[in-house]
Design a protein around this ligand. Structure first.
Ligand code: CP
Ligand code: NVA
Length: 315
């Protein structure tokens, strides 16, 4: 586990974060959010440079990190797929070493978690996972923050993730072994979250369950969460996936089986009327756009933690 005193603070998954760190990041992010709403902008990371290496498209992650770093007093440089050309024009290892000579922090969105881990080994500055095929930790941290805002607690909540056991689902499994909620993932056979991760989470005492039955998953749920059936990089499988996931749509009927005050979440972008219906996205139980907003506030907290440690979260 990373501490404030030893190695740099990478965020490649939930691994370096215990409940204590997560709660400190959330408390700080809450303060930043309140300050911003009141028009107060205090530069906590003056002159820091954030490099953003993105091999896949992005709206939320890109803009929230970029504006977040600017609000913190630093600057951000976006490098899309055509710029570094990781593994083609330059190895991921060399790219990470070179960027470390200029940038103070690097956010990476890539395909393989191995590429991200190699970059973290070679970089001398912290690396943050802005989504890989395996994980999307910043998304799920912001989602948990949003749930605390809406439900006042995580304790005792039942979260039903309905759909593909993808990067976002895997990060929910990791979150469940650190935070006090129970998680049920409903996925078709062959599309479940990473089995090893689920087994590890259960070993830590996390309340995680995997089922193929979406109706069972949402019964008594406080939260229904979904994501696209075809993630970035899986486009060739889109038709087969549409068939496999047909029973897993989050629609009015499915939502009606959860608790009356259940909230509906989606990390976006959404394929309306595919994994979730238009009326549910626009309906009164949807907190989807609050999730998107909170990416900004929570990632500002994450950047301050990565660069200044737990002490930085007290300023
Ligand atoms: N939810 C999310 O990460 O969105 P982007 O792919 O637009 O960054
Ligand atoms: N699972 C989706 C998340 C997008 C934010 C994907 O990887 O494309």
């Amino acid at each position: 586990m990373t501490t404030d005193r030893n190695q740099k603070r990478d965020l490649l998954s939930f691994q370096p974060l215990a409940r204590k760190q997560i709660e400190a990041i959330f408390a700080f992010s809450r303060k930043l959010k309140h300050e911003l709403k009141r028009g107060i902008v205090r530069p906590r990371l003056p002159e820091k440079a954030l490099a953003m290496v993105f091999e896949k498209p992005s709206l939320r992650t890109r803009v929230s990190f970029e504006t977040g770093m600017i609000q913190l007093g630093g600057s951000a440089i976006f490098l899309g797929p055509d710029e570094i050309q990781l593994g083609l024009r330059e190895s991921a290892a060399d790219g990470a070493r070179v960027l470390s000579r200029w940038a103070d922090l690097i956010v990476v969105r890539t395909f393989s978690q191995d590429t991200l881990e190699e970059m973290a080994r070679c970089a001398s500055v912290p690396i943050i996972n802005g989504l890989t095929d395996l994980y999307h930790p910043c998304q799920v941290l912001a989602d948990c923050f949003t749930l605390i805002e809406k439900k006042r607690r995580l304790e005792g909540l039942k979260i039903a993730f309905v759909g593909d056991g993808n990067n976002v689902a895997n990060s929910w499994v990791e979150a469940a072994s650190r935070l006090p909620f129970s998680l049920v993932v409903a996925s078709p056979k062959g599309y479940e979250p990473d089995a090893l991760l689920v087994a590890e989470a259960k070993e830590t005492g996390a309340r995680v369950q995997v089922t193929a039955d979406p109706e069972e998953a949402v019964k008594d749920a406080d939260v229904i969460y979904t994501d696209v059936w075809t993630s970035m990089g899986q486009e060739a499988e889109a038709e087969a996936r549409r068939r496999a996931f047909r029973r897993y749509q989050v629609n009015r009927e499915l939502v009606a089986r959860a608790k009356r005050d259940a909230v509906v979440m989606h990390c976006l972008p959404a394929h309306r009327n595919e994994e979730i219906t238009h009326d549910v996205i626009e309906g009164p139980q949807s907190i989807i756009f609050d999730q998107a907003e909170n990416r900004l506030h929570v990632q500002k907290g994450i950047m301050v933690w990565a660069l200044k440690g737990m002490k930085g979260l007290k300023s």
